[in-house]
Design a protein around this ligand. Sequence first.
Ligand SMILES: [Zn+2]
Length: 434
Amino acid sequence: MTAAAHPEILRATLFHVPRNPFRVSGSLEFHEDGGLLINSGRIAACGDYASVREAHPEAAVRDLRGGVLLPGFVDTHVHYPQVRILGCLGYGLLEWLQRYTLPEEAKFADLDYARVVAAEFVRALAAHGTTTALVFGSHFTAATAALFEAARSSGLRIVSGIVLSDRNLLSALHQSPDSAYRESTRLIREYHGKGRLLYAVTPRFALSSSDAMLEICGALLRENPGVRFQTHLNESKPEVKEVARLFPHDPDYFAVYERHGLAGRHSVFAHSVQTTDAELERMAARGSSASYCPGSNAALGSGFFPICRHLAKGVHFALGSDVGGGTGFGMLKEGLQAYLLQRLAPEGFPLAAEHLLYLATLAGAEALGLEGEIGDFTPGKSADLVYVHAPEASPLAAVMRNAPSAGHLLSAIFTLADSSCIARTWVEGCPVKT
Ligand SMILES: [Zn+2]
């Protein structure tokens, strides 16, 4: 799949956040009548349409006025084998895992089943404007390979890996550390760094991993430079208590991962709701990131993500949908839920539209070490884009025609846009195939 080599200007309203708005105020960049010059799948210029047009009279123009172009969304925490259990409400984490999640994930021993769900999964990402995702694969190697294959044919950027566990789940989901090492190494060779695919070493969480399994994860990271790491950390109180019981010699949950060399610059820890200040200090020192999954935190009753404490200690974080503990694939909806929950949290942070767009785009790219490639419209980056165009008779269309300010327009998109408003999704200048 190659992008057209001739330059083209996309004319639409543009928003992007090329700097961290938690550190630099006024980070939101906006062009009401904008021009985004795309050449060979890369962003070549971004600005007001008139000036981009004047500088590039040779370029073709695609008129997308009436809608908004945003950088493609980056979902930093999502489970591919959980598409079909979305919406199981009413439980906390550990009971939800036992009742719904683990039995569903056991079905992925059947490769035909896995292939069908992998196709549903990548289609759902693209339909919601997500162009890059850090994905928990399956406990089964063939099912995880099926995800990589589906990602490759769609064109999406997917970072994923076999989910590793050797205790405390259903026995069908356990593998030995030796087999985990062999199978992970096989998939790393086959998929890591191939096209837009990257591999992530993925122990499910400390609760389902022995020291021997975590040691294998450390070996995989050391032997395969550039491979990412993901797992869960400090999601619910009963989970934290159980991890403390299983690892009585570690001072806290994060220390279990640290001890095995799993906490680095390319490590993303999902949830971090119950994380202590001492853990946050060490996460910051190691350059590790948290994935903030507001919908999931609320649906499972895990708690409020402490944004202010992560900011105070300097821990980077980005948004994740956490399908299927979360409430769906939409990163715009996830942004809205972050906003709403921070309004209610005892020590909440007043998120503005620029924070939401940053957390759904560049922050995710930074967590994955892909900030040089994606996340905003800086010239030279890949043209990973989403085009928001509301159905004509919708409330969002009415707001978009009348929004008094750029900030209102963007916050209305986060408030009202669902997948019916995601008109097109491109990766590297090519429409994502679904
Ligand atoms: Zn999760």
